[in-house]
Design a protein around this ligand. Structure first.
Ligand SMILES: *[C@@H]1O[C@H](CO)[C@@H](O)[C@H](O)[C@H]1NC(C)=O
Ligand SMILES: *[C@@H]1O[C@H](CO)[C@@H](O)[C@H](O)[C@H]1NC(C)=O
Ligand SMILES: *[C@@H]1O[C@H](CO)[C@@H](O)[C@H](O)[C@H]1NC(C)=O
Ligand SMILES: *[C@@H]1O[C@H](CO)[C@@H](O)[C@H](O)[C@H]1NC(C)=O
Ligand SMILES: *[C@@H]1O[C@H](CO)[C@@H](O)[C@H](O)[C@H]1NC(C)=O
Ligand SMILES: *[C@@H]1O[C@H](CO)[C@@H](O)[C@H](O)[C@H]1NC(C)=O
Ligand SMILES: *[C@@H]1O[C@H](CO)[C@@H](O)[C@H](O)[C@H]1NC(C)=O
Ligand SMILES: *[C@@H]1O[C@H](CO)[C@@H](O)[C@H](O)[C@H]1NC(C)=O
Length: 507
């Protein structure tokens, strides 16, 4: 009877590789401090900003479009049912200001449910300007992390389209506040003002999601079970999203300055939660903008360099519950448009620059710990991190419409220590630095909801190999990094129907 049947579509595996090989000249003696660097939220890159010194006859005099190569959205060629312009804003001298806000309510002419919702950000800029980081939040829940392209004298423009269907439960609520943070500095030298429009496009209802809790309408047990199974196994949007974020005064992100700087928020989750996924948004700046190319501190110290870009080349973003590690990810090394050599990123920007990836951590195995009606502390930090990282998270929660309390238990918690091996060899400014890091973690827990008794097993491992070489008296730098990461979420399900058959036979 207790023999778990594998859930037919509950198995999900993802393998994610990424390879990075960079060669670049180090500008001056590692101590480049481009103007405004310290005040800039965003990068101001290692080699400093290259001014475009092309003769004017070679300039295109027309504004040109910049793009990020992405997988097209499956409904790109379908007209949306309606669109809503949420914000039209010029980001000029916005450094140190609070986020720009605008009210949000879904359009009355096409109410939820929607098959898809797309966030569209259009931007233009002309003049001289740094790349800037930006975040878009709805009631403190992040829906886009993006960065700007560095403009030209003839002007540039671009567009970001992001599928935000997973935030449907949030998008269907009224009277929310949209907040956008984009700190920019405008003066005699840096003249570029970022003009930004943010819209939402709502697509028809053909692909209706079975909603979690349509109160008033009675549904059969089987219907509810089907719906919950969808919630467990598919991309059905969560019923509730809770921000793990700061108060929003300087944007809702936590600014993480070092490894011990773990930011947390106390949250009580509903007792009828049957699935929980933490979505982490992250970007790295300042001395860690190029963390994958940072040498160890010894090298910096013994060469009397003044740069703060050290602490070796391994970083990991992690999440904790009540201080215990519950998941981690090595972020994809997104390179902003001022990074390494800005001329590399026009008009095609680096992968992720316009739409930074977020990272999902399945917390369902921990519901046994969380469903006690008490507040729990959800923390976010960066292993080996140095100043600074902008990190916040959304906790996606699926609710059982038939129960006020769901039973759950955490049965396996395996977090062996992270292994990091480093090999450092250098003479004066030349040398070679190698890092190998490995982690393997595993969690299981069961949740006994209306859908049945499910056991969720989460298995996550990664392997990072990083090699940095400094040559020609430290003026030439070669970086090679490979990350292999695998996350497996397996859901075992004991069919209730087989339980009752068993009982019938027994009678
Ligand atoms: C752009 O304009 C400048 C000055 O007006 C002119 O000299 C140049 O030839 C133009 N370039 C192109 C590509 O049309
Ligand atoms: C989408 O809208 C445009 C302009 O409103 C129209 O020309 C086009 O035929 C529409 N496409 C579809 C597939 O409905
Ligand atoms: C924003 O929208 C306004 C009004 O539709 C339009 O005039 C402007 O060009 C748009 N800006 C961008 C950057 O797309
Ligand atoms: C939103 O605010 C308006 C005006 O304050 C109010 O009339 C309306 O009832 C509110 N809607 C919801 C769903 O709270
Ligand atoms: C660094 O500074 C110390 C003390 O001023 C000096 O003894 C040493 O030779 C310097 N090292 C290099 C590589 O310049
Ligand atoms: C939990 O599991 C037991 C035994 O498997 C079952 O009898 C009970 O109905 C389940 N509870 C819920 C809320 O589904
Ligand atoms: C749910 O299933 C697990 C594993 O099969 C079992 O240990 C646990 O007792 C079950 N829970 C309930 C309430 O039946
Ligand atoms: C290497 O660079 C350092 C610091 O810039 C300089 O003092 C030294 O003379 C250089 N050595 C050679 C061999 O060029």
């Amino acid at each position: 009877m207790a023999n778990p049947t594998p859930f037919p579509f509950g198995s999900h595996a993802s393998v994610f590789f990424n390879f990075l090989l960079l060669c670049f000249l180090i500008h001056q003696s590692h101590s480049t401090t481009p103007p405004l660097d310290s005040s800039s939220s965003s990068s101001s890159s290692l080699p400093g900003r290259y001014f475009k010194s092309l003769p004017s006859s070679l300039y295109q005099n027309e504004s040109s479009e910049y793009t990020e190569i992405t997988v097209p959205l499956q409904f790109d060629n379908v007209n949306s049912s309606c669109s809503l312009l949420l914000l039209q804003q010029d980001f000029g001298n916005t450094f140190g200001s609070s986020p720009v806000t605008a009210p949000y309510s879904p359009p009355s002419e096409c109410p939820a449910p929607w098959s898809h919702v797309v966030l569209e950000l259009r931007a233009s800029c002309q003049g001289e300007q740094y790349d800037r980081i930006a975040g878009v939040w709805l009631d403190g829940i992040e829906i886009l992390r993006t960065s700007t392209a560095e403009p030209t004298d003839s002007g540039i423009f671009w567009k970001v389209r992001k599928d935000v269907t997973r935030y449907s439960s949030l998008l269907s609520r009224s009277n929310l506040t949209l907040s956008v943070m984009l700190e920019n500095i405008v003066n005699d030298v840096f003249t570029g003002v970022y003009h930004v429009n943010i819209s939402l496009l709502y697509y028809g209802r053909r692909l209706k999601f079975i909603s979690g809790e349509p109160s008033g309408r009675s549904r059969s047990q089987t219907e509810v079970q089907e719906s919950l199974r969808l919630g467990i196994a598919s991309r059905k949007p969560a019923d509730l999203i809770v921000p793990i974020a700061s108060d929003g005064e300087d944007g809702f992100w936590f600014r993480i300055e070092n490894e011990l700087d773990v930011h947390s928020k106390w949250i009580q989750i509903p007792l009828n939660t049957y699935r929980a996924v933490l979505e982490i948004y992250v970007s790295f700046h300042g001395n860690d903008e190029f963390w994958y190319s940072n040498p160890p501190d010894d090298y910096i110290k013994l060469n009397n360099l003044s740069t703060g870009r050290g602490n070796g080349a391994f970083r990991e973003v992690f999440a904790t519950i009540d201080g215990f590690l519950v998941g981690s990810q090595i972020p994809f090394p997104v390179i902003f448009t001022g990074g390494i050599n800005p001329l590399f990123w026009e008009p095609v920007v680096a992968i992720g620059a316009f739409n930074l990836p977020s990272y999902d951590i399945d917390l369902t195995p921990f519901l046994g710990l969380l469903l006690d009606g008490k507040d729990h502390s959800f923390g976010l930090g960066v292993t080996n991190g140095i100043s600074f990282w902008l990190v916040n998270a959304n906790l996606h929660i699926w609710l059982d419409p038939k129960l006020s309390t769901v039973q759950a238990k955490t049965v396996l918690y395996m977090v062996p220590p992270l292994t990091v091996k480093r090999k450092t060899k250098f003479h004066e400014l030349d040398g070679s630095f190698k890092v190998k890091a490995k982690r393997k973690i595993q969690f299981s827990g069961w949740v006994n909801s209306t859908a049945g008794n499910f056991t969720t097993h989460v298995f996550h491992k990664f392997k990072l190999q990083n090699s940095i070489k400094f040559m020609r008296n430290g003026t030439y730098k070669e970086v090679e990094q490979t990350i292999e990461s695998k996350t497996l979420v397996r859901i075992n399900f004991l069919w209730r129907i087989s339980t009752s058959l068993f009982l019938t036979r027994k009678n």
